[in-house]
Design a protein around this ligand. Structure first.
Ligand code: GLN
Length: 260
């Protein structure tokens, strides 16, 4: 009798397990790849910092709603994002990623959804550069593989550029006097400066305009069409402005925007 009960229990357990497995197998997600170290576009937040939150996440949620699938977020290093897209591990990349001709050879980009530029962060009290010339031959920290990485190498010479896999580490290196400057995108720079106003100063030099786009695997025209529709809709119905107001005005520099 006892043995039979165990047998029945095992059968029941297996049935539950099978049901759980098949449920997992049949649930499809829209998978967003990102690097959650780029506040206010993507960073750690929510209860205990367990969630990835930010402007890009809100845009991605709107895209997922349009596609009709739950959103799943894969957080990885910035330079792993496009290979992950190519390998089919993620469906789309939203990572404050600038549309560049090089990247556009390997992936397809949506319409631009945010205008950005590079800026310089420096230690408060150091002599303030007035042009890019003043950065020549000085040491600059950057996040590896970003447009800031390329811009810094062009100005200071690649031998003077220190590459970090995380944007936060690049800024910490500056604060610890390991480099003279950091070159990074404007909004994360504003965020880091506002969090460390006594230590950091933000300088705007003549850097080009950049435009962020959502990247999809080359040839995924179906998803790209849904993404562009969503971008147009959120711009038209006021959601885009609300995301900007929340993430770039209310939340910028907030303690809730942890970069780690
Ligand atoms: N916009 C920059 C780029 O595309 C930086 C993006 C990032 O670090 N998440 O290279």
């Amino acid at each position: 009798m006892k043995q039979f009960r165990y047998g029945a229990l095992i059968v029941l357990a297996m049935a539950v397990l099978l049901a759980a497995c098949s449920r997992q197998d049949t649930t499809k997600y829209l998978v967003m790849g990102t690097n959650a170290e780029f506040p206010p576009f993507e960073t750690r937040g929510g209860p205990g910092g367990a969630e990835v939150v930010g402007f890009d996440v809100d845009v991605a949620k709107a895209i997922a709603a349009k596609v009709g699938l739950p959103l799943k977020i894969e957080d990885m290093k910035f330079d792993s994002l496009l290979p992950a897209l190519d390998a089919g591990q993620v469906d789309m990349v939203l990572a404050g990623m600038t549309i560049t001709p090089d990247r556009a050879q390997n992936v397809d980009f949506s319409d631009p959804y945010y205008k950005a530029t590079q800026v310089v962060l420096m230690r408060k009290g150091d002599p303030v550069p007035t042009s890019k010339e003043d950065l020549k031959g000085r040491t600059i920290s950057v996040q590896f593989g970003t447009t800031g990485d390329g811009a810094a190498a062009e100005i200071a010479g690649s031998e003077n550029v220190r590459q970090f896999t995380s944007m936060l580490d690049a800024v910490v290196a500056l604060m610890n006097s390991q480099v003279d400057f950091a070159v990074l995108d404007e909004q994360p720079a504003i965020n880091f400066q506002k969090k460390n106003p006594a230590d950091l100063e933000l300088v705007r030099l003549a850097f080009d305009d950049e435009y962020y786009g959502v990247a999809v695997k080359k040839g995924n025209t179906e998803l790209l069409a849904r993404i562009n529709e969503t971008l147009a809709e959120i711009a038209a119905d006021g959601r885009y402005d609300r995301f900007v107001d929340y993430w770039m005005v209310q939340m910028i520099g907030s303690a809730e925007l942890e970069a780690e």
